[in-house]
Design a protein around this ligand. Structure first.
Ligand SMILES: [Ca+2]
Ligand SMILES: [Ca+2]
Ligand SMILES: [Ca+2]
Ligand SMILES: [Ca+2]
Length: 509
């Protein structure tokens, strides 16, 4: 917000005198997120509204907001807390949000031995745990969606499912790639497809299913139009044309959680983007992040964590931080423990930045260490585009359980030619107090879109524990040194040429 410093205080005594001259000297000009007036959106209490967030920009002139509320109730018959995604139009003062009707139906049924049984279980499926948009396309997923399988014995496998919407929410299709013939934990039965989600720049969907193959996990990619083309809701097991999946690995990759997080970037110097996937329990629980060739789904490069159980790869993000035209990789390890001077380990979290020096060659990581014990620094890492318009992209890092009274906070870091400036340029403090549960302010972040069309990119902060979302807008911040100069500079007490307001008394100034 604008800061004004006055070297002198004006006295109202001399208000009618024109001999005072206020000079505004140019101060330092910067761009920043306006913390004084965030736009606040609210969902139903306890719905976890804000667990996922994204911008939605169906055309060049409009930007709106999508908010996942995975414990919301819907109008789906007989479904309890199926979860929902809300559409919120942009308004500086916040606005009401409405549920997007991705799926209006109850559980589908099959006949087993002459009786109708549900073939799927949508209650408590966490629809809206993830949501992403790419231009006019929107995908949202329910990683805890269960299905019965076609076996005679009834099972409930958490395969996960996703819904796609296009044409301004007029066309929908379901996409559940793990509802396949590969059942049970050894197959894709525990896949939890859609646990993580992203789009390539071509608009292809990338999703993580960390539970497939005894929790080895997998990454799956498919084209939105291939999902829509020939879609039939009665066809429960469908292989989409052009779909690609990472496969099963040897048993020592069990419990690795590949696909816990996903992102995309360009690392080979061509125009075919690669996939980036977090594997937080891989490498003997040190965690690693893999760059995956999107054509043949082979792993082509790994970054490995440095501490067991730090959850390296809990989140991944891609941005060109040092403005050399090459994508860089950011990895969050929110459970990283730092050894303090007293020798004790304290869980503070860590974010790593890997600068791509040249195609496919990365520098050693720059490390940004959290400061608050159990704050979960690095739970969310969001590219912000160039917030302060200095030519370098900036990022936001969530500390959802840090801050005063565990209200959560978000730290803004600015990029420069050699990486990130290690001191945050701004801190957003949580807006809501801890009630029955912590608000989780900063658990989800999304930046990089200009919602109010003032040419500066803005930031959405989710606080699912409070079922609220705040949108912070970037704007120019001008620090002004205001200097009061008296004219004439030497006051002659005999020269009473100024009149006091509301009186006829003449004074010298
Ligand atoms: Ca490439
Ligand atoms: Ca770069
Ligand atoms: Ca910048
Ligand atoms: Ca803006």
């Amino acid at each position: 917000m604008p800061v004004r410093r006055y070297r002198h205080t004006l006295s109202s005594r001399a208000a009618s005198c024109h001999s005072l001259l206020l000079l505004l000297l140019p101060g330092c000009v910067a761009f920043n997120l306006d913390v004084s007036q965030p736009a606040v959106y609210s969902g139903p209490q306890g719905s976890h509204f804000g667990y996922s967030v994204d911008f939605y920009s169906p055309d060049q002139n409009t930007v709106n907001i999508l908010v996942g509320a995975p414990k919301a109730n819907t109008s789906q018959p007989r479904i309890v807390e199926g979860g929902a995604v809300y559409f919120c139009s942009w308004a500086a003062g916040g606005a009401p949000c409405s549920q997007i009707p991705f799926d209006k139906s109850s559980n589908r049924t099959i006949k087993v031995n002459g009786t109708k049984e549900p073939v799927e279980f949508k209650s408590n499926q966490w629809f809206g745990a993830t949501v992403k948009s790419h231009k006019g396309k929107v995908v949202a997923c329910a990683p805890l969606y269960h299905w019965r399988t076609f076996k005679l014995t009834q099972e409930k496998d958490p395969v996960g499912t996703c819904y796609v919407a296009v044409h301004n929410f007029s066309d929908y299709a379901e996409y559940s790639p793990c509802r396949s013939g590969l059942e049970d934990p050894e197959g894709q039965g525990y896949c939890q497809a859609g646990f993580s989600l992203d789009f390539t720049q071509d608009g292809n969907l990338v999703l993580g299913g960390p539970g497939s193959f005894y929790w080895q996990g997998q990454v799956i990619t498919a084209g939105i139009f291939d999902i829509l083309n020939g879609y039939d809701f009665r066809n429960l097991q469908r292989r989409v044309n052009g779909e690609r999946q990472t496969g099963v690995a040897p048993a020592d990759y069990d419990d690795n959680y590949l696909g816990y997080s996903v992102a995309v970037g360009e690392f080979t110097g061509d125009s075919q983007q690669e996939l980036v996937a977090g594997i937080p329990r891989g490498a003997q629980a040190f965690g690693y992040v893999a760059i995956i060739n999107a054509t043949d789904m082979t792993f082509i490069l790994n970054f490995t964590g440095e501490q067991m159980a730090s959850y390296f790869g809990y989140t991944v993000a891609v941005s060109d931080i040092n403005n050399d035209g090459l994508d860089d990789v950011l990895v969050g390890a929110p459970l990283f423990m730092d050894r303090e001077s007293d020798g004790k380990l304290k869980e503070v979290g860590l974010v790593y930045l890997y600068l791509q020096e040249e195609e496919f060659l990365f520098k050693d990581a720059q490390r940004l260490l959290g400061t608050e014990v159990f704050g979960r620094f690095g739970s969310a890492v969001a590219p912000l585009a160039d917030l302060n318009q200095d030519g370098y992209n900036d990022i936001a890092i969530g500390v959802p359980f840090g801050g005063e009274d565990r209200r959560g906070k978000v730290l803004i870091y600015n990029g420069h030619s050699t990486g990130l400036i290690s001191k945050p340029s701004q801190v957003l403090d949580g807006l809501w107090s801890s009630d029955s549960m912590p608000p989780g302010f900063g658990f989800t972040l999304q930046g990089g879109s200009d919602i109010d069309k003032n040419e500066y990119p803005d930031l959405i902060v989710g606080a699912f524990g409070a079922s609220k979302v705040a949108v912070y807008r970037a704007r120019a911040v001008v620090t002004v040194d205001a200097q009061l100069q008296l004219n004439p500079s030497i006051i002659n007490p005999e020269n009473k040429s100024c009149q006091l307001l509301g009186s006829e008394t003449l004074v010298s100034w």
